[in-house]
Design a protein around this ligand. Structure first.
Ligand SMILES: Cc1cc2nc3c(=O)[nH]c(=O)nc-3n(C[C@H](O)[C@H](O)[C@H](O)COP(=O)(O)O)c2cc1C
Length: 339
């Protein structure tokens, strides 16, 4: 396939009408589309563009370091948009900035916090005192029950095929299970790249589309063109799942850089990882390398590209506004024409 990362001029068609779900009501936004938090990808401009386009922009707190830059990023987003936005905080000891990230977000009255990993009980309690909503990433029913018991306002169902650290369960099974068993609002994450995916997610009971990879191939994404081109050129079968990049299984585009890293462990790693402690150490040291590696380092999010199976549905780079408008229009068309 030819490299199609040529910016397409945004059509000047009228903006689609608002779409109402419990999540658009909760955050006062026009469309139930979240520009998902992406490590080393989400920027102030992307978040603001997603909010101004009618969705909810979000970013991982760790994208801005040191902590002063994180605080400044929140202020910069607020200067660019008065709409609801969200921050993803990793709730685990490995995130040593966790407490400060949470305190600043709550002081700034950020409308949405998204938690990954760990036990989000304290964040939920403190967030509720200032009116901030907390949605938790979950990959299974068990996991969802735990965060629901802790008082989460909603769930992010991270299904197989998502960019980043995907779950193992197909969204076709995960979303309806969470909807019927938990009863909280659900954002659907994993391979949603157009109105067809959005229609499918809503049919399964989701209340919002939580979209990552599609927004990397956007005009506003401040990543290398090579990354955008790789997504545009990739088919779904070019996405591989490996733990070799940062120690945890994640979805990546099979590029030459990833081939050099390799998908499988060597004999030594296999033997060493039989011990739980050593296995954890290997994973954490890979994660640290990936977080802090220099751009020319061997294993890093900067040299290999994470993306979901939905890459196969992405054929051009468009503005964030065009992506959202096209998704909503296509969703409505599909809904109208369903048998
Ligand atoms: C490059 C990349 C980085 C990501 N980083 C994070 C992250 O820091 N925190 C997080 O909760 N999810 C992260 N994700 C997952 C996304 O938030 C979202 O769940 C996922 O991209 C949805 O699947 P999709 O890419 O198929 O649309 C990342 C995804 C990608 C592609």
């Amino acid at each position: 396939m030819s490299s199609a990362a040529v910016e397409k001029k945004t059509k000047s068609a009228a903006k689609p009408a608002a779409l109402k779900t419990p999540i658009t009501e909760m955050f006062g936004v026009k469309y139930p589309i979240v520009c998902a938090p992406m490590f080393l990808v989400s920027t102030v401009n992307m978040v603001a563009a997603a909010c101004e386009a009618g969705g909810i922009g979000t970013f991982p707190a760790l994208n801005f370091r040191p902590i002063e830059n994180y605080h400044q990023a929140i202020k910069d987003i607020k200067a660019k948009t008065d709409k609801a936005f969200g921050i993803n905080i990793i709730v685990q000891k490995s995130n040593k900035y966790q407490q400060q990230q949470m305190e600043i977000a709550l002081e700034e009255r950020v409308p949405l916090l998204i938690t990954s990993l760990g036990k989000p009980g304290e964040i939920i309690k403190l967030a509720h005192e200032v009116g901030t909503k907390v949605f938790c990433d979950v990959i299974s029913l068990d996991h969802a029950k735990k965060v629901a018991d802790l008082g989460a306002d909603g769930l992010i169902a991270v299904g197989s095929g998502a960019g980043g650290h995907a779950g193992d369960i197909s969204p076709f099974a995960l979303i309806p299970t969470l909807v019927s068993e938990i009863g909280l609002p659900v954002m659907a994450s994993g391979s949603i790249a157009d109105g067809k995916g959005m229609a499918a997610a809503f049919s399964l009971g989701a209340d919002a589309a939580y979209v990552g990879t599609r927004f990397i191939a956007s005009t506003e994404a401040e990543v290398d063109d090579a990354y955008k081109n790789a997504i545009v050129d990739a088919g779904s079968d070019d996405i591989v799942n490996t733990h070799r990049v940062d120690g945890f299984p994640g979805n990546f585009i099979m590029t030459d850089a990833l081939k050099r890293v390799g998908l499988e462990d060597g004999l030594m790693e296999t033997v060493l990882s039989k011990s739980k402690k050593i296995k954890k150490w290997i994973a954490l040291s890979r994660a640290a390398k990936s977080l802090f590696a220099k751009p020319d380092g061997k294993v890093s999010y900067k040299t290999v590209f994470s993306a979901g199976h939905g890459s196969g549905l992405i054929h051009e780079v468009k503005s964030i506004e065009a992506i959202m408008n096209d998704m909503v229009r296509e969703y409505r068309e599909i809904k109208k024409n369903l048998p």
